[in-house]
Design a binder for this molecule. Structure first.
Ligand SMILES: Nc1nc2c(ncn2[C@@H]2O[C@H](COP(=O)(O)OP(=O)(O)OP(=O)(O)O)[C@@H](O)[C@H]2O)c(=O)[nH]1
Ligand SMILES: [Mg+2]
Length: 478
């Protein structure tokens, strides 16, 4: 089973982390209770004994080999006694979110040497995050990462979590990505990034987003973008479903990003499920990029998930099994897409696709539905008859089955065009540019180069689309 190191950068990255780790533990039957202060209640389903633990979850957790053989799990104290550590590096240039981790029930899960914080942040400026903090913290971050890497014997990938709208996640996050490429070029760099909502909550977000996107295109192996506007819409739809109203109102009032981050955390756990649990047709993470990325630069992947899971205290009570066909239909619907673009629109093509099912879905269910999918989508000549399938027998907490649909579609160029449009609105008047140019190491030409590079990527998508049209007409002539 492959091992992963999560690298959470900035406020958003660490808040996604705070949704991710309780859910990751929950998947192994260890529940963080919101009422009990430090107590983890163990449901003795998957993990009872320390040996189960080291066998069951090496993907995201490190368990020292010399831990006492007689250790059984009752509560968090045992988890701590066993010296279980998350394979995680926590980075933020202001420490409020990370210090909440340090005081919370999971505080012992994180190695102190793997926490890098400062004060007071990067001021919503990519250039400060990338150049100032990137330079100053390069060695500290490199050391922290090495510390976690040394505890892995089958390291497969880094999982970077961050947002692109602010300064730390976008700037220092992409500087860290570059560092990972320089030091561990053979290890995959999977990125889960958050694009801001349309109504920007950060005025300089279009600059930060453009500059960070350019870095992700250059240095990531695979990017799974989500948009806050898509997540907000999904949460609003859930809000209208009566059964969730109380929990949603509570989450929306006191933890505005809580539900949105749970959706991201669920997607990441689903994505990695094949590397962590048994299944009749497991899709390991090392197969994701091979199957979904036909050309190295075209590595932005759409994701949609069904059912949508929000973190709720009652999440361990099993929800009704959805009809399998409905599970697929929902996963393809606009309402379940984590990015607000239609990857199946008529003038785009699907370069590659994967469906990962968890729980009680059968291969027959999958095959029947894949046929439906192939009939409704436009593919390239090489991707038409291929579909990567994953089948993991362990469902996510609270459900009997679930489905993640991953698509590499040329419609992704619409995201890049949006980024350029938002950037141009500000840059046309050179608004806020001086904040960037006064940072040592940043040149104004970097804006233009990034824009050109992203435009060039749009042309690559257009080329793939046109190639298909040309191919079709030639075949028709013959
Ligand atoms: N989905 C989601 N989005 C978030 C969260 N926190 C912040 N954001 C979004 O991320 C963008 C701002 O980035 P932050 O992560 O707050 O900024 P940062 O990386 O800490 O950078 P600085 O504060 O500028 O140093 C905005 O678009 C926010 O809406 C979160 O927990 N979840
Ligand atoms: Mg911040």
């Amino acid at each position: 089973m492959s091992q992963f190191i999560t690298v959470q950068v900035g406020q958003c990255g660490n808040q996604i982390g705070s949704a991710f780790w309780p859910l990751a533990l929950h998947e192994y039957g260890i529940q963080t209770t919101s009422g009990g202060v430090n107590l983890l209640k163990v449901q003795r389903n998957h993990v009872k004994h320390i040996n189960d633990l080291s066998n069951a979850f090496p993907s995201f957790f490190h368990v020292p080999v010399n831990t006492s053989d007689n250790l059984y799990f009752e509560d968090v104290a045992d988890l701590n006694k066993a010296k279980v550590k998350a394979r995680a590096v926590l980075i933020d240039m202001e420490d409020s979110v990370v210090s909440r981790f340090k005081q919370g029930p999971l505080r012992q899960l994180f190695d102190q040497t793997c926490i890098v914080t400062n004060y007071p942040g990067s001021g919503n400026n990519w250039a400060i995050g990338y150049h100032v903090h990137g330079r100053e913290y390069h060695d500290r971050i490199e050391e922290s990462i090495r510390h976690v890497v040394e505890k892995c014997d089958r390291l497969h990938g880094f999982l970077l979590m961050h947002s692109l709208g602010g300064g730390t996640g976008s700037g220092l996050g992409t500087a860290t990505l570059k560092l990972l490429k320089d030091y561990y070029s053979h290890v995959e760099r999977v990125v889960s990034c958050v694009y801001p909502a349309n109504i920007q909550d950060t005025i300089t977000a279009p600059y930060n987003t453009l500059l960070a996107t350019q870095e992700l295109i250059e240095h990531a192996t695979c990017v799974f973008p989500v948009e806050n506007k898509a997540l907000l819409d999904i949460c609003n739809i859930q809000m209208n479903k009566r059964e969730n109203t109380n929990q949603m109102n509570y989450n929306a009032s006191c933890k505005p990003f809580h539900d949105m981050n749970s959706i991201i955390a669920n997607k990441l756990l689903h994505l990695t499920s094949g590397s962590r649990f048994p299944g009749s047709l497991n899709m390991d993470m090392n197969e994701v990029a091979t199957n979904l990325v036909p050309y190295p630069r075209l590595h932005y992947i759409f994701s949609s998930i069904s059912p949508i899971t929000l973190s709720a205290p009652n999440m361990c009570t099993m929800q009704e099994t959805k009809l399998q066909d409905e599970l697929f239909t929902n996963a393809w619907s606009r309402n379940n897409q984590l990015i607000r673009l239609d990857p199946l629109q008529s003038n785009s093509v699907v370069l590659a696709a994967a469906h990962i099912a968890r729980g009680n879905t059968t291969l027959t269910d999958i095959k029947r539905n894949i046929e439906r999918f192939q009939n409704k989508s436009k593919f390239t000549s090489w991707s038409r008859d291929c579909m990567k399938i994953g089948l993991c027998s362990i469902p996510p907490a609270g459900h009997s089955s679930s489905l993640l649909c991953l698509l590499n579609s040329s419609a992704m160029s619409l995201l890049f065009k949006d980024i350029i449009q938002e950037f141009s609105k500000l840059y046309r008047r050179k608004a806020h540019v001086h904040h960037y140019t006064q940072v040592h190491g940043f040149e104004e030409t970097h804006f233009i180069e990034s824009k050109e590079n992203i435009l060039n990527l749009c042309e690559c998508y257009a080329e793939v689309q046109n190639m298909e049209e040309t191919n079709t007409s030639r075949l028709q002539v013959i």
